[in-house]
Ligand binder design. Structure first.
Ligand code: DP6
Length: 360
């Protein structure tokens, strides 16, 4: 049964602060790579997507977050009390984002104003480079908050724990709601996917062919500098985009295709679909007003090299892109040796670094 927004409120009379005066929790969350992209959100709502999306969570590309808390002593201040450290250092921009996040989730987690918090976090990959660092961070923080909530409300079920964590993470960053789960994860209402909804993500509920188990995702870092157009601004541009309506229709149609591909195990069709989605996402930002180009010359160079390799070797290797210049190469585990060598010999020259991960 799908939960509604009202199910996520936790009011002051439903818990006792004395159950949990202080504590420390740690959670790790993976980044994720979308196969069908979330791009565009409903206006005048908080993080409601305009089409459904599906992603793989990425093992080995993660954020670890430690949340320490202790209850405030009188005289109470109603402000949020948060100290934040990223790799041991204060980061003002992230701290501000956390305050916005706390503000957004405060009616669902009414206890947040009652505590002092210290948040320490680290990534094992560069932030703001097109790898979804906000996704893994917001997801790990939402999981920490739910762990804390569990101490306050011990009767809370595991299923509710994950749904609310995903619901909260969404309010931090849309794609973060998918990082709560491993594997293939769906977010956004889609008529063909039972349980899919706009409020929180769910594990993909249908049959997945074995060829899609343990896919490798090699992330080719082409540009490490922070993105000039952040995804939040990019989403907004969809509200006035001349092709937006067609894009949302196309994304939902692509989701139907993806369902049958995942069942049948047609890797070529899978690859064509994810490349089409990636290039459509980039086409959207290129045709926004103002327009922008995320790709760098080396992005284009590598895309052509992938296409050439496929023609020459018939290997199953396909790419997808995020909101940035970097490339994700997806291929089955049994191609690892061949593709790994090719990346080292032919592609390394065009990359700042590479990160190998497994879609788990
Ligand atoms: C291109 O989740 O970063 O990665 O909700 O504004 O935080 P906000 O945006 P964000 O958008 C991600 C867009 C994407 C595609 C995807 O992950 O589905």
């Amino acid at each position: 049964m799908n939960l509604k927004e009202k199910d996520f409120f936790l009011h002051k009379n439903q818990y006792a602060i004395s159950n949990n005066k202080e504590g420390e929790v740690f959670k790790r969350s993976s980044s994720n790579i979308a196969l069908i992209k979330y791009w565009g959100k409903k206006t005048n709502t908080l993080q409601i997507p305009l089409n459904s999306s599906i992603s793989f969570s990425l093992e080995k590309v993660f954020t670890g977050t430690k949340l320490r808390y202790h209850v405030k002593t009188p005289p109470y201040k109603k402000n949020f009390s948060v100290k934040f450290f990223f790799f041991g250092k204060k980061k003002f921009i992230f701290w501000k984002k956390i305050l916005v996040f706390f503000y957004r989730i405060s009616s669902y987690c009414s206890y947040l104003r009652d505590y002092h918090f210290t948040i320490e976090t680290y990534n094992n990959f560069p932030h703001s480079s097109g790898i979804a660092s906000s996704a893994s961070f917001m997801s790990s923080l939402a999981l920490c908050i739910m762990e804390m909530e569990k101490q306050l409300v011990p009767s809370l079920t595991h299923s509710f724990f994950l749904k609310k964590a995903s619901f909260l993470a969404r309010l931090g960053s849309g794609s973060a709601c998918r990082s709560v789960y491993p594997g293939l994860v769906v977010w956004g209402n889609h008529k063909s996917i039972i349980g899919s909804n706009n409020l929180y993500a769910i594990p993909y509920p249908y049959k997945i062919h074995s060829i899609f188990q343990n896919l490798i995702d090699t992330i080719l870092i082409i540009d490490e500098t922070p993105k000039k157009i952040l995804s939040t601004q990019g989403h907004q541009l969809m509200n006035t985009h001349p092709y937006a309506k067609e894009r949302f229709k196309c994304a939902n149609k692509n989701m139907d295709c993806m369902i049958s591909i995942l069942e049948m195990g047609d890797f070529q069709e899978f690859g064509k679909l994810i490349e089409h989605e990636a290039l459509t996402l980039h086409a959207m930002i290129m045709t926004s007003n103002p327009y922008f180009l995320w790709m760098k010359p080396n992005t284009v160079q590598i895309i052509h090299m992938v296409w050439d390799l496929r023609i020459q070797s018939k290997k199953n290797v396909y790419f997808t892109l995020d909101a940035g210049a970097n490339i994700h190469l997806l291929y089955p585990m049994n191609e690892r040796l061949f593709i790994g060598k090719w990346i080292k010999h032919d592609l390394m020259f065009y990359c700042k670094k590479i990160i190998e991960s497994i879609c788990f």
